[in-house]
Design a protein around this ligand. Structure first.
Ligand code: SF4
Length: 374
């Protein structure tokens, strides 16, 4: 029998202890949405929220504690930035917009555990108007450039959407842009807020996918494989283009059969002609992240096996193993969805060459190839 696993909704309903609001943010649409969606949670307005989130540093598990209190604060500085990519790896020319920081789910391998170790508070930014004004200035200044924008760099794009209503704010804005595409990347099935909106071809909703076994063992509080796929289908029927990210791919005895079945189930459910892209990337870690994983998820199986240090300082499977995994996936994807665009995430030109027989000469070329599928 499939185990019944707790999901992010359960944590938000039972474990969220407080919403801390920075004074001034209580006039924002996000505040109104949070109040409506979380009637059981106390709200506290404070002048300086930093003092509250600084106290997390003394907690037994700062990252875990950080996920149980939500901060609604103004974002200072720029919202949009070029995706940092990874030293020596082919980049896909992507911009990220951070509307929130940290994530209420618990994947054992999540790099945020290390990246946000000194700043683990779960934050949502209240000044959405500033975000859209900044994006508008950038897009209008460079009309000949097509921007691909993602929101899932330091949070999951949809996990908080039923509470914040973020998508209802930004999707109409992106739908009206002639030279930008928004990607919402998730491991949830929280798509209710998207279905009544009209994306006009300017929004890709994408799912990080792994076989059910990996999801159940390592991606705690996320939606099951079946629920992600059902949500993807609902989005496709509502007019959204879709993306799928097999990232991080995990190698274990029997991985081939599981991943092959996952690919086949996706493309038996989804019309591949409306899929914008599929990406592949293997598990990445660092010595620091491994230490945190060992403490926070002692039963994880991801620490076993050999990982080698790469040019960008991250540890991955041996290159020949990675190439072999990508080649097999490519064969299964091509068999199920011949025309779908596939790319590698955070891999070197050498690996690209061995998998595809070519490597993009620069990040612009890769970005253009993706957009040529419009
Ligand atoms: S869903 Fe993404 S951001 Fe959230 S815990 Fe998992 S890997 Fe981290």
């Amino acid at each position: 029998m499939t185990p019944i696993l707790a999901r992010v909704e359960t944590r938000m309903a039972n474990e969220l202890q407080e919403v801390v609001v920075e004074a001034g943010s209580e006039h924002s649409p996000i505040f109104r949405n949070l109040k409506r969606a979380l009637p059981h949670v106390p709200f506290t307005v404070v002048e300086d929220p930093k003092a509250s989130w600084a106290s997390l540093a003394g907690a037994h598990d700062p990252m875990g504690s950080g996920k149980k209190r939500l901060f609604l604060v103004r974002h200072r500085g720029e919202f949009l930035k070029k995706c940092p990519g990874s030293e020596g790896q082919v980049c896909c020319n992507y911009f990220v917009v951070n509307f929130a920081s940290n994530c209420p789910m618990e994947c054992s391998y999540c790099y945020l555990q290390e990246y946000l170790a000194n700043n683990p508070a779960l934050k949502v930014f209240s000044n959405m108007g500033d975000l859209m004004a900044e994006a508008d200035r950038l897009f209008s200044r460079q009309r000949r450039f097509f921007f691909r924008i993602g929101t899932g760099e330091i949070t999951d794009s949809l996990a908080l959407d039923p509470y914040t209503g973020f998508c209802a704010e930004v999707i109409p804005f992106f739908a009206a842009q002639p030279n930008a595409l928004l990607e919402l990347k998730t491991k949830t099935d929280r798509v209710e807020g998207l279905l009544g909106l009209s994306p006009k071809g300017r929004v890709v909703v994408s799912w990080s996918m792994n076989p059910p076994r990996v999801i159940d063992d390592e991606e705690h509080l996320t939606a099951s494989f079946e629920r992600r796929l059902a949500a993807a289908r609902r989005c496709q029927e509502a007019g959204y283009r879709l993306g799928f990210h097999f990232d991080p791919m995990i190698e274990y005895p029997g991985w081939e059969a599981d991943y092959r079945e996952a690919v086949e189930r996706i493309f038996a459910t989804i019309d591949h002609r409306r899929v914008a892209w599929v990406s592949l990337g293997v598990l990445r870690s660092t010595p620091g992240l491994k230490r945190i994983m060992r403490q926070r998820f002692p039963s994880t199986r991801l620490l076993a096996g050999e990982h080698v240090s790469c040019a960008d300082g991250k540890m991955r499977y041996f290159q020949p193993l990675r190439v072999s995994m990508y080649r097999k996936m490519l064969i299964w994807i091509r068999a199920a969805a011949p025309a779908v665009f596939v790319y590698l995430c955070m891999e070197s030109k050498e690996v690209w060459q061995q998998v595809f027989g070519f490597a993009p000469s620069c990040e612009k070329e890769l970005g253009n190839q993706m957009l040529a599928r419009e």
